[in-house]
Design a protein around this ligand. Structure first.
Ligand code: IMP
Ligand code: MG
Length: 174
């Protein structure tokens, strides 16, 4: 049977927020270039839309890590599935994520990327579930929405690899 999806954030709300974050990044990085690192696969939709709203020069790279199986709970083990293509040395990096939940994924990523000597490294996430944070040291520089502790899909986020293509953010009701 098909799952029922209840809309939490509409397409219009998400689009407006992405535009706002893009404008903020453009102001903050005035006179610089920004290197966006997308965390696959969930971050793809957000990064593409965000990049279109940034007015300073942008370069992009992709990385894939796994911290979840096909379920809804973090395993606590983070593994690099696909590393970056390019060096980040001396670059002003922004990591672009779909959602921060326990914070384990980003905590791990920031630690390994810092060792590669970027000029700066910031975190940008579309969604944040602060109630669920285990790694309190993870600080988010740019975020779209704080959401309650519910499992959400759409705009890149999946449930067992489905629903990434929804243009809005929804909650799966079985
Ligand atoms: P963390 O390591 O617990 O912060 O988990 C981050 C990753 O878990 C995200 O990049 C997502 O891929 C996945 N995730 C966490 N919460 C959700 C959710 O509500 N829906 C879909 N994926 C989620
Ligand atoms: Mg993800």
């Amino acid at each position: 049977m098909a799952d029922n999806i209840r809309i939490l954030l509409s397409e219009e709300e998400v689009d407006a927020k992405v535009r706002e974050i893009g404008e903020k990044i453009s102001r903050d990085y005035e006179g610089k270039e920004v290197h966006l690192i997308c965390i696959l696969k969930g971050g793809v939709f957000f990064m593409c839309e965000l990049a279109k709203r940034i007015t300073v020069p942008v370069s992009m790279d992709f990385m894939s890590v796994s911290s979840y199986g096909d379920g809804t709970e973090s395993s606590g083990i983070v593994k690099i599935i696909k590393d970056l293509d390019d060096s980040i040395e001396g670059k002003d990096v922004i990591i672009v994520e779909d959602i921060i939940d326990s914070g384990r994924t980003l905590n791990y990523l920031v630690e390994i990327l810092k060792k590669r000597n970027p000029n700066s490294i910031k975190l940008c996430t579309l969604l944040d579930k602060p109630e669920r944070r285990v790694k309190k040291e993870v600080t988010v520089d740019y975020y779209g929405f704080e959401i309650p502790d519910a499992f959400v899909v759409g705009y890149g986020l999946d449930y067992a690899q489905k629903y990434r293509n929804l243009p809005y953010i929804g909650i799966v009701e079985q």
